[in-house]
Ligand binder design. Structure first.
Ligand code: SF4
Ligand code: SF4
Length: 75
């Protein structure tokens, strides 16, 4: 898991992170942004960069190294 959490004391539910995440990691339920598919997070940091409340915590390690994807043999 690379997205670690949302600080709800800081989050203003502006929905920027929810709208821009290219991997659809986040959901919006009951007026709250939630981490729904953490395993799909690629640590691109778009959500962290755009969050003006500094409410998101993301770790730098990707679950799949992009170079592994290109070097992987197809069976
Ligand atoms: S961008 Fe930040 S403030 Fe806006 S919904 Fe996401 S976590 Fe909350
Ligand atoms: S770091 Fe990138 S992939 Fe992960 S939740 Fe944020 S925008 Fe989505």
């Amino acid at each position: 898991m690379v997205i670690k959490g949302i600080d709800y004391k800081k989050c203003t539910a502006c929905l920027k992170c929810y709208k821009l995440c290219p991997m659809d990691v986040l959901s919006y339920e009951e007026k709250t942004v939630k981490i729904k598919y953490a395993e799909d997070c690629q640590s691109c940091y778009l959500c962290v960069y755009e969050c003006q409340s500094d409410a998101l915590k993301v770790e730098p390690n990707r679950p799949i190294d992009i170079y592994d994807v290109y070097n992987r043999k197809l069976v």
